[in-house]
Design a protein around this ligand. Structure first.
Ligand SMILES: [Zn+2]
Length: 255
C-alpha cells in the first residue's frame, strides 16, 4: 500500500500564522469576533450611521429578518455577514481598557461578483493600537516592520490620503511591486505603476473610540486592515484569488 501523503498548511493559514508571529514580536495579541454581526457593530459604531452614503462602500449580505437566528450580542438592528473585521475593534474596546494592541484575522463577506482578484468571501487582517499619544509615525513603523519581515526584504511603502468613516485622517497603504520592482507595463501585479495597494488605515476616529467606551480626549490610536488573500497572492505569486478555495491540492502541496 502507498504511504499516505503528508498534510500541508494552506497558504492562507501559513500567512496568518506568520503575521501573528510578526505582530506578536511587537506585543500585539489576537482578538476574534463573530462572522455574523449586527448592523450596530458592523456600521453604526464605526461612524457609519443608517443612510450614511459611505454604506455603499460595502456591498452587504443581509440576513433575512424572517430567519429565527438571533445573536445574543446584537446591540440593535438587522443582522448581516460582516463586511470587514473592524467590528472587532469595538467589541474589544468595550471589554478592555487601553493600552490596546491587537490584530484580528478572520473571514469577511461582500456581495459582489467573483473574478481573479475578487471573492465574495475572503480573509482580512485588522490591527488596532490605542494608547496615549499614538501617531502616524507609530503606524508607519509597525507596518514597515510587518512588511519587511513578511516578505523577507526591504519593502518600500507609501501612504496616500483617502476617506474611510472610521478613521481621520484615512490612508491607503501601497507597497512596492514585488514582481517587477516597478515600471514594467506588462507586470500582471502592478500594471506598470510599481505600487500595489495592500491596506486601508488611519488614526481611529474619536466617534469610534467613544463607541468603544474609550475617552478620545485621553487616548488615540491607529487602525489598519487589509486582505490576507491579497498579501498571500503577492508573497507566493498566486495569480488568481479563487485558487485559495478551489480545493486544488496542487496549490497546497507546494507549501
Ligand atoms: Zn509590477
Amino acid at each position: 500500500m502507498d504511504k499516505a501523503a503528508g498534510g500541508h498548511p494552506h497558504p492562507l493559514t501559513r500567512l496568518l500564522s506568520e503575521a501573528a508571529e510578526i505582530f506578536g514580536e511587537l506585543g500585539f495579541e489576537i482578538a476574534l469576533g463573530p462572522e455574523m454581526e449586527s448592523e450596530y457593530y458592523n456600521f453604526d459604531a464605526l461612524n457609519i450611521p443608517p443612510l450614511h452614503p459611505a454604506r455603499d462602500m460595502w456591498d452587504t449580505f443581509w440576513i433575512s429578518q424572517k430567519s429565527k437566528v438571533k445573536n445574543q450580542n446584537s446591540k440593535s438592528g438587522r443582522m448581516l455577514l460582516r463586511t470587514h473585521t473592524s467590528p472587532v475593534q469595538i467589541r474589544y474596546m468595550e471589554k478592555n481598557k487601553p493600552p490596546i494592541r491587537i490584530i484580528s484575522p478572520g473571514k469577511v463577506y461582500r456581495y459582489e461578483a467573483t473574478d481573479a482578484t475578487h471573492e465574495a468571501q475572503f480573509f482580512q487582517l485588522e490591527g488596532l493600537m490605542i494608547d496615549k499619544e499614538v501617531s502616524l509615525a507609530h503606524l508607519r513603523y509597525v507596518l514597515r516592520y510587518f512588511f519587511d519581515k513578511l516578505f523577507d526584504r526591504k519593502v518600500a511603502s507609501r501612504f496616500r490620503p483617502t476617506y474611510f468613516p472610521f478613521v481621520e485622517p484615512g490612508l491607503e497603504i501601497d507597497m512596492s511591486c514585488s514582481s517587477c520592482g516597478g515600471g514594467n507595463i506588462r507586470c500582471g501585479l502592478c500594471k506598470g505603476a510599481g505600487w500595489i495597494e495592500v491596506m486601508g488605515a488611519g488614526l481611529v476616529h474619536p466617534k469610534v473610540l467613544e463607541a468603544g467606551g474609550v475617552d478620545p480626549r485621553r487616548y488615540g490610536g491607529f487602525a489598519f486592515g487589509g486582505g490576507v488573500d491579497r498579501l498571500a497572492m503577492i508573497k507566493y505569486g498566486v495569480p488568481d484569488i479563487r485558487l485559495f478555495t478551489s480545493a486544488d491540492l496542487r496549490l497546497t502541496t507546494q507549501f
